[in-house]
Write a protein that binds this ligand. Sequence first.
Ligand SMILES: Cc1ncc(C[n+]2csc(CCOP(=O)(O)OP(=O)(O)O)c2C)c(N)n1
Ligand SMILES: [Mg+2]
Length: 548
Amino acid sequence: MIPASIALARILKQEGTEFLFCFPTTEIIEAAAIEGIRVITCRTERTVTHMADAYTRVHNGKRIGVCAVQAGPGTESAFVGFAQAFADSSPILMVTDAAKRNRVGLPSLSDTVGNYRGVTKWADTINAPDRVASMASRAFTKLRNGRRRPVLLELPGDVADEQIDETKLRYVPARSYASAADGKDISRAIELLLKARKPMFYVGQGVLWAEAAPELREFAELVNVPVMTTNLAKSVFPEDHALSLGSAGAEVTGMNDHFLRESDLVFCLGASLTQSLAAIAIPRPKTIVHCTDDAGDLNTEYHLTEHAVIGDIKLVLRQLIDEARERGGRPDDGAAAEIAKLREAWLAQWMPKLTSDETPIGPYRVVWDLMNTIDRSRAIVTHDSGTPRSHLTPFYSAPLPRTFLGWGNAHQLGSSLPLIMGAKMAAPEKLAVAFMGDAAFGMSAMDLETAVRENIPVLAIVMNNSWMSTYSKRIPEATKRYKVGYMSANYTDVARGLGCQAERVDRPSEIVPALKRAIAATENGQPAVLEVMSKVEYSSSRFGATGP
Ligand SMILES: Cc1ncc(C[n+]2csc(CCOP(=O)(O)OP(=O)(O)O)c2C)c(N)n1
Ligand SMILES: [Mg+2]
């Protein structure tokens, strides 16, 4: 006989759980430790959920990030991370406790399941020990199939302690299933593509989750169509490829702006077409072909979608390739040459900022130096909210899938540090970099201590402009009278106090050497912080016609 909590921990192991991201306490923490799952304690529940989120993303959902916090204060504090994982469609699992059976429904207790309904695909209570296996199976089936979204399971303390017969505990890990599309829909999609005057691909993160980057590339090259990705999908198509238009969220590359305006057909692959800071709106009128695995995405942001293809995007891409090849592909209409010219003109316009020697240091110079110093094919780089996202995402060129972590339909300030920590847990061999502002740092920096304690050697680049520059223009009176948005500290001292290697740089010439020392520290197992004394930089690569 074994307690129900041990049974659940064994099931988690069968589902491939290596780590339990947690803040004490709830019964599954002790059970997981007994069963040999490494338990990682963070400083806040928000970090717990963000780490699980990025861990899942980097594994493309093949391994699920699992977290555990206490019901009540813990689940209320973890809500932030769930809201973000839900908005970005990232499947994570939370296991928490709940009221004992003889106290269910009392008004003093928080209704976790009720509160989490809006940020989970499924939230429920394991209310009897013999339901552990069936409810865990249902949870992992939902996490691995259909729309990817978080799940919460409550394991109340009294249920957790009840004994079950382990010989009767049979568990088969949940797998995912994929269906191809209707052949008629594929034919029509290719017909529209082949007769378009100037088509473009609008690629969403579904292609990343389906691990369909090779098929995407094959299709783009076969039909000679330029490829735009959303920020969430950034890195799924090599951004140094001749057909790459780069990414487009709130900020847009010059190439994307041009094609979004000029194209007659926007052919969407693995995108929900949600408009947000992480995914740009499509200017209308325009013909839209929408390939998604979720029919619920259709005619949501855009009504009058011309045509849709419903199916798993990896299988759909293969069907599209076969159909297009049968029809002889699509001739080269000079798209690559046009993109090259547009890229050159756009970069020429930004090069003075990207290579600026000014002080305080301009953020674009940091982006440029970072890009040209690190081995981007062996890194994962992510941005925070605010102007760091604006400065980094359009210009950073990501060469391989998941070398960049775009996020942010809910764009929680301060997420980049816990996200990059979770990413590093999933891919310890990669250099893991978060690019963040000073206000963002204030929201999550205490978890650098977690990074030090748990040996998660990430690098945080903190742009210290002593300001929430994002909003300073919108609150001039509040700023003048009450200094709203102004904040100042020595973050290098803070980071050193938490056990990191840390340096503050004032001059542009110091960036690269300091970056190299920080990277060396991470390679020796120590988390690092590079604090850049930076100017407030308002300009960003936004365009009226295609901006949010
Ligand atoms: C939790 C949360 N609260 C508020 C916001 C709104 N917000 C977005 S950016 C920002 C200020 C960012 O300041 P900082 O990190 O210093 O970056 P900067 O814009 O100065 O480069 C705020 C308050 C948010 N995204 N998340
Ligand atoms: Mg700032």
